[in-house]
Design a protein around this ligand. Structure first.
Ligand code: XMP
Length: 319
């Protein structure tokens, strides 16, 4: 019989056997998979685990603090937080092409992670939150069967030069099983059941060139949207929901003046497998509330639109 508790016991034993007295490094992103690995390994090997959390400046509002709060403060996991916002923004400067932006973000992540790892003495293992669908996807990519695989750093992208042995305790599990493990390990429900967030983060939700001012506006808009979805009981009825920053100027009239300000698009979808998706039929009063709050509370936004495109052909992300 398969139970989360049994899988955990089993994996703890396996990890202890594999690792012994040696040290393990983990790139913690705050996503479900790496979070569950962190909790699991902490339980298995305690202080022999060091996590590196790279804040690339493209995270959602308060995300970095939440990761530190959950893991470092509450669970006592050793987490090194690297504030790399300035570096990422500098590398992204002038780049408007989506795939090029993805590559820059992925490569910069590896550089930063590598750099941080080299400062830690005596690490022999690298833990990764690889889950079964990742294994399938990267196998398909190798044989050229995969359709459109966007470059991201979830699988197999980490420093080949590091010569570390991989620890991948979730390799045989599906997402829903990983979530159950997370709950069993005591991770907060909201973290375990959060919508997926792409590796390049807000970098692909700011169309074209990424700038800090845009990211700051987008973070606020996104937080309002997500908060109102929760309030209305709609968050868990959607599979993924987020705001997108459109770097176009649209007119708004404030008093007697015409002001030309940015546009925010809202996207919410329902999907099983993320290969096809239907736009979520959110209630109009919810959309109205979100739109009013974004326009009233955020300086620099004059217009909010709702994306009513289904996938295919419109992908879930705008880039
Ligand atoms: P699309 O936009 O292709 O998205 O319909 C399907 C799912 O994949 C996520 N996505 C990414 N995840 N790196 C990631 O880690 C990426 O570059 C990337 N692009 C899209 C997207 O958020 C959705 O869940």
């Amino acid at each position: 019989l398969w139970t989360p508790a049994q899988i955990i016991e089993d994996q703890i034993e396996r990890v202890r056997e594999q690792v012994g007295e040696r040290h393990v490094l983990l790139g913690l992103s705050g996503g479900v998979d790496s979070s569950v690995v962190a909790a699991l390994l902490h339980k298995a090997i305690g202080d022999q685990l060091t996590c590196v959390f790279v804040d690339n400046g493209l995270l959602r509002k308060a995300e970095g603090d939440q990761v530190m709060e959950t893991f470092a403060r509450h669970m006592g996991v050793k987490v090194i937080r690297v504030d790399a916002e300035a570096l990422f923004l500098d590398k992204l400067k002038g780049e408007a092409d989506p795939e090029a932006k993805r590559k820059i973000i992925g490569n910069t992540f590896i550089d930063v992670f590598d750099d941080e790892a080299s400062k830690i003495d005596g690490v022999d293992f690298l833990a990764q939150g690889t889950i079964y669908p990742d294994v399938i996807e990267s196998a398909a990519a190798k044989t050229g069967k995969a359709h459109v695989i966007k470059s991201h750093h979830n699988v197999g992208g980490l420093p080949e030069t590091m010569k570390l042995t991989l620890v991948e305790p979730l390799r045989e599990l599906f997402k829903d099983e990983v979530r159950k493990l997370g709950v069993e390990l005591g991770l907060p429900y909201d973290m375990v059941y959060r919508h997926p967030f792409p590796g390049p983060g807000l970098g692909v939700r700011i169309l074209g060139e990424v700038k800090k001012a845009y990211a700051d506006i987008l973070r606020e808009a996104d937080a309002i949207f997500i908060q109102e979805l929760h309030n209305a009981g709609w968050y868990h009825k959607t599979s993924q929901a987020f705001a997108v920053f459109l770097p176009v100027r649209s007119v708004g009239v404030v008093g007697d003046a015409r002001r030309y300000e940015w546009v925010i698009a809202l996207r919410a979808v329902e999907t099983i497998d993320f290969m096809t998706a239907r736009w979520a039929h959110l209630p109009f009063d919810l959309l109205e509330k979100v739109s009013n709050r974004i326009i009233n509370e955020i300086t620099g936004v004059s217009r909010v639109t709702y994306d009513v495109s289904s996938k295919p052909p419109a992908t879930i992300e705008w880039e």
